[in-house]
Design a protein around this ligand. Structure first.
Ligand code: NAI
Length: 349
């Protein structure tokens, strides 16, 4: 498998390239950081234009999981895996079993979960190889949505100094598991919801239910609104689309929604308040932790709503220090990791 990665260019801990000709498995496991605990991150199954692209995405997503788990103050590190889905799978169970055997070799450093292209059934097969999996029996999406809603409320309070959403136009891109719940939550708070989805029937049904409006999916980025909440695809904001945005706040669930640091900088220059995705969308991992720990629902709810407090802190810190919210959030995650490393060294000394 070709990869542009070299040991010096990557500051993650472990990169595993997996191959099994019998099942056709080709996969990458990236364990970015285990300072806080085992690396928690989903198994993505999709086709990639090249092996290097698969490795690059896996590394990037693993690093984002480190930041997400650290910011959410969870005892998990960051990891991710991708299975290259380059064609029909002859025997899916056999492939997942084999992948589970590779995960087992990480000795517990990687705890896989569901991600794009994989299901809880797949994770059950992976888990049968004797590894812990986080594939919740319960759907994490409502908790992800609750956390995103808290982040949006915090951003509105930061930008407008108001505690309600009355009459604010919130455009939800993607009316799926997270987006639909988020739209309902925000409509309950008085927001006027605009819905964009490539599945037009789905968008229409949700808009009708919430007395909102449908926006054509290709027009989502440039439609005037107060809040744009990407809850579908990655890289909604790139060098081109960042100039076309007509929102004041960008906060949603979609992983990797801003293509790079330069785009985050441009958002700040344009006066668009951005809540980094890895901060806003942590409700799902909070729920995984809650299930592991046996938390009751009020405790899980409070921990998820704390995402709003963190969003407020990050936006305030960014405004105060003149950095982007992305920089502020990354610095905050780095501080959490550094404190854990120092505490560990203190114990060892
Ligand atoms: P989903 O698959 O249930 O919903 C996605 C929706 O987006 C579908 O209705 C689909 O038709 C629509 N869509 C696809 N491409 C689109 C486009 N170009 N424009 C408009 N709509 C489009 O996915 P889910 O679970 O709601 O996740 C949404 C996003 O949030 C994903 O990026 C996911 O990685 C991220 N996320 C989800 C979490 C969860 O708990 N489900 C946790 C953290 C992140």
């Amino acid at each position: 498998m070709a990869t542009e990665a070299t040991i010096d260019l990557w500051d993650g801990e472990q990169l595993v390239l997996c191959r099994d000709d019998e099942t056709g498995l080709r996969a990458v496991i990236a364990i970015d950081d285990t300072t806080l605990g085992p690396g928690l991150g989903g198994v993505r199954l999709k086709s990639y234009p090249s092996d290097a692209a698969a490795v690059a995405e896996c590394r990037r997503l693993a690093a984002a999981m480190t930041r997400k788990n650290a910011l959410a103050e969870l005892p998990f590190g960051g990891a991710k895996s991708v299975i290259l889905g380059d064609g029909p799978i002859a025997d899916r169970d056999a492939l997942m079993r084999r992948f589970g055997a590779f995960v087992a070799r990480t000795g517990g450093a990687y705890v896989p979960g569901v991600d794009m292209g994989t299901t809880t059934d797949d994770l059950a097969v992976i888990g049968a190889a004797g590894v812990e999996v986080s594939c919740a029996q319960a759907d994490p999406s409502p908790w992800t949505a609750l956390g995103v809603a808290a982040a949006i409320r915090a951003a509105v309070a930061h930008v407008d100094g108001r505690a309600d959403l009355d009459g604010l136009r919130v455009l939800v891109q993607g009316a799926g598991h997270v987006g639909a719940t988020l739209a309902r939550e925000l409509a309950r708070d008085g927001a006027h919801v605009l819905v964009a989805d490539v599945d037009v029937d789905r968008a229409s049904a949700l808009a009708a239910e919430l007395r909102g409006a449908v926006v054509a999916p290709e027009a989502a980025v440039e439609t005037p609104c107060d809040v744009l909440a990407p809850c579908a695809v990655a890289r909604v904001v790139d060098a081109v689309s960042v100039e076309r945005l007509r929102c004041r706040i960008l906060a949603g669930a979609a992983n990797d929604m801003v293509a790079d640091r330069a785009c985050a900088q441009r958002l700040a220059e344009r006066g668009i308040a951005y809540v980094p995705d890895f901060l806003a969308n942590a409700g799902g991992v909070v729920q995984i932790h809650a299930l592991r720990e046996g938390w009751d629902e009020p405790r899980l709810r409070a921990a998820t709503l704390a995402i709003g407090d963190r969003a407020r802190d990050v936006l305030e810190e960014a405004a105060r220090t003149g950095v982007t919210p992305l920089d502020a959030a990354e610095a905050r995650a780095a501080r959490v990791l550094q404190a854990a490393r120092s505490a560990r060294e203190g114990v060892a000394a």
